[in-house]
Design a protein around this ligand. Structure first.
Ligand code: ATP
Ligand code: MG
Length: 400
């Protein structure tokens, strides 16, 4: 016997009408996408649940993949049997014997199919007895069991599960439109991208690159970060903007202590142009209020002035420790701390204005014309599409 299904529970409290339908369809598609390396798996919907049919694939490996999909409340490995007392007993026994470290258990039967002759409560007793008399070392604990065997007797079949693993929560990526993530090589912006995705947002990324001041390896670092993010959603297009000339111009022509603010405003303007071109409706950054000079309220106010696109700042109220914790969990931390310089750390002015007023900045900017430089940067954008490593391999295989 072996686990042949993954049972998927999704929270649907906040979902009504049309939302609910698109949520479910998107979730099913995202699961399929996530399981593309397991070609025999099937993702099925039934009333209020989803199932992955393993068709021989390894349950643990498939579970790991499913755990990266937003919109799941919890998951369990399950065995499917017919609505037959003996079959249910055998499977329950197998599930109990195949748990590790459990000493106490509890059986919870839910009889959804009223045609099944034994009532839930009675079936609890029947199974409890069967398990106790066919195993050694187990006792029943109905309050705090090490393991709870859940038996759902549904109309089409009975599903037996032994442990419940929490999902990531959130909404399925693709149900909330698209955002352009400003992705640096730092710790914060990948986490911001992850949290935007958690609300169902699909991402594209934009990165400002200043060769030769920033190296190929700094660029690769950003691509690796974007690659990581693909494991929580679908493919990610990364727009790499050649930013050297703009930066040099700023640092040559503008007062040093305003250079940072002006640079950020130009990043925003370029980002907005990419949004327009790609029909993306918002910009996301890894800014967190008060973290560094450019992230004061005044600074945000002045930088924000150049665009009326909504700017999502999922980290705005978070402490650095919490951000680091998430980055470790989503496996971006080790990439983020690679030492390669990004464009902002190279051109850092000694004392950036912490309260750059709009008027002053506008006055400085009016002394020079950035239009041409911005146009040139936009025209020089290189788009790299990341589909997830496994996917890339598969496409390569298809070519052979
Ligand atoms: P991060 O850890 O994300 O680099 P940070 O704490 O270093 O953030 P800043 O350098 O002030 O903060 O950058 C604020 C935000 O601006 C970043 O989170 C990112 O969204 C965006 N950003 C900064 N540099 C770049 C870049 N080179 N390309 C794209 N976006 C950038
Ligand atoms: Mg940074």
């Amino acid at each position: 016997m072996q686990y042949d299904h993954i049972l998927i529970r999704y929270g649907e409290m906040a979902l009504k009408g049309k939302n609910r339908k698109s949520f479910i369809v998107q979730l099913q598609n995202n699961l399929r996408q996530q399981l593309k390396d397991f070609p025999e798996t099937k993702v099925k919907r039934t009333q209020g649940r989803m199932f992955v049919l393993l068709n021989g694939h390894d349950a643990e490996a498939v579970m790991e993949k499913c755990k990266n999909v937003f919109g799941l409340q919890s998951l369990s490995m399950a065995i499917k049997v017919q609505n037959d007392e003996t079959e249910i007993k055998d499977a329950a026994l197998w599930a109990l014997e195949n748990t590790t470290d459990a000493k106490t258990f509890k059986v919870s039967v839910k009889r959804i199919d009223k045609k099944f002759p034994i009532r839930s409560q009675d079936m609890n007793q029947v199974l409890g007895k069967h398990l106790l008399s066919n195993t050694t070392g187990f006792t029943v604990d109905v309050h705090q069991p090490d393991i709870e065997l859940k038996i759902e007797i549904r109309t089409e079949a009975t599903y037996i599960t032994s442990s419940v693993v929490p999902g990531l929560g959130g909404l399925p990526v693709g149900t909330s439109g698209k955002t352009l993530l400003m992705l640096s090589g730092g710790i914060d912006s990948p986490v911001a991208g992850f949290l935007a995705m958690k609300r169902g947002v699909e991402i594209e990324a934009i990165h400002f690159h200043s060769p030769p001041f920033t190296s190929e390896r700094a660029k690769q670092k950003v691509l690796d970060l974007a690659e990581k993010l693909t494991s929580y959603g679908n493919k990610v297009n990364v727009h790499i903007v050649p930013f050297t000339k703009v930066q040099q111009h700023i640092f040559r022509e503008m007062p040093e202590n305003y250079a940072m603010t002006i640079m950020r405003r130009i990043m925003m303007r370029i980002s907005e142009q990419v949004c327009r071109k790609e029909s993306i409706l918002s910009i996301t950054t890894g800014e967190s209020l008060g973290q560094v000079a450019s992230q004061t309220m005044e600074s945000m106010n002045t930088i924000n002035e150049v665009t009326n696109y909504p700017i999502l700042r999922p980290l705005v109220a978070m402490d650095k420790d919490d951000i680091v914790q998430i980055s470790r969990r989503i496996d971006t931390y080790d990439i983020s701390i690679r030492p390669y310089e990004d464009c902002c750390t190279i051109f850092v002015p000694k004392s950036p204005k912490t309260r750059p007023g709009r008027e002053k900045v506008n006055q400085f900017e009016s002394q020079t014309d950035f239009t041409k430089l911005i146009e040139e940067a936009v025209n020089g954008i290189e788009v790299v599409t990341l589909t997830g490593k496994a996917d890339a391999e598969k496409e390569f295989d298809d070519l052979l």
